[in-house]
Design a protein around this ligand. Structure first.
Ligand code: SF4
Ligand code: ZN
Length: 328
């Protein structure tokens, strides 16, 4: 097969667009879609200057998504003094898995000469995911603890670092799965939250009184397979293994259904996302007048924003016998 743009041998075919692309045109197409997303989502909206740059913290796990995101952001802003990039890796304490992916993060950030920080659950919460998964005091899936800890660690660190935005490597498949899970759960409040927290364009979001550093997902138009192919073609240092505690069974089921749908009806993921985003924007607007929406109090223990006396993270730290950093 030949590239539809130049006639060189094609390295991929995208059924949803009907295009065969060669390596050069495929790479360009991925980069163009990421840059367009950065523009369309108004990620550079605060008019930073060289003297007063914006700091973008990149959640860097060492997997293909975050590595590709870091590489493309680096090349996009390499000569732009208005943006400073910093990689942040969360070390959950999962033997074998996170140590190997940390290597990929170190190799990448050393190559690109960008700052890289590491936050560990052990230092932050006095626990490691391996023992949490083994003991599981609340009888939940390991990811239920880990997700809360990761979110807290990212937000807290982004805040302490004075970061303006937190960027994560979620791709089109991840976002379509989340959209379907939210729709199928019937939780309109969750859909509204998703929009203001990380999905919507910055000019449409209400983030002024949001206590969390705003998040964004520049890869959210790129299908997972294309992210993997891009990483492979550019020979980027990535770590492919799956976490031994991966337990999001429902997400896995949705993923399988979405693959089937996409095979039979190319473009399904894109159309789910365009409809979902519109709906989420409407839901967010409707929920903003509802006072019970966001967190309006501070956690008695750690000061994190919460609706309750003690935040979920502090509850979980207690349950697993951990200790917050800074506690006596
Ligand atoms: Fe944590 Fe689950 Fe991800 Fe493993 S798969 S790192 S336990 S959230
Ligand atoms: Zn707390």
């Amino acid at each position: 097969m030949q590239c539809d743009k130049c006639g060189e041998p094609a390295v991929m075919f995208a059924a949803y667009s009907g295009l065969h692309l060669c390596e050069r045109h495929f790479r360009r197409s991925v980069e163009t879609r990421v840059r367009r997303r950065i523009r369309d989502d108004a990620m550079l909206s605060d008019n930073p200057t060289a003297d007063d740059p914006e700091t973008w913290l990149i959640g860097l796990s060492g997997g293909k998504d975050s590595v590709v995101l870091t590489r493309i952001l680096y090349e996009t802003f390499e000569d732009d003094p208005r943006i400073e990039l910093v990689g942040l890796t969360i070390h959950e304490g999962i033997e074998g898995y996170r140590d190997a992916s940390l290597e990929a993060c170190l190799e990448l950030t050393e190559n690109l000469e960008i700052d890289h920080e590491i936050v560990t659950y052990d230092e932050e919460y006095g626990v490691e995911m391996d023992s949490v998964a083994e003991e599981d005091p609340l009888g939940m899936a390991p990811c239920a603890y880990c997700g809360v800890f990761r979110r807290d660690a990212l937000s807290k660190y982004a805040d302490e670092y004075g970061a303006d935005k937190l960027l994560t490597g979620h791709n089109l498949d991840d976002e379509a799965q989340t959209a379907m899970m939210n729709l199928l759960s019937g939780d309109v409040g969750q859909i509204a939250k998703h929009f203001d927290a990380s999905l919507g364009s910055f000019d449409q979001r209400e983030i002024d009184d949001d206590p969390f550093v705003p998040r964004a997902k520049p890869l959210r138009d790129i299908p997972e397979k294309e992210v993997a192919l891009y990483a492979h073609l550019r020979d980027l240092p990535t770590h492919m293994a799956e976490c031994p505690h991966a337990s999001e069974a429902y997400r896995g089921e949705i993923q399988e259904h979405l693959h089937e749908l996409e095979d039979g009806h190319p473009g399904t993921r894109h159309s789910i996302m365009s409809g979902y985003e519109e709906l989420a924007a409407l839901a967010a607007e409707a929920c903003r007048d509802d006072e019970s929406g966001g967190p309006d109090d501070e956690c008695d223990r750690c000061g994190a924003p919460t609706k309750n006396e003690v935040c979920r993270k502090c509850e979980l730290v207690d349950a697993v016998g951990g200790e917050l950093s800074g506690d006596d």
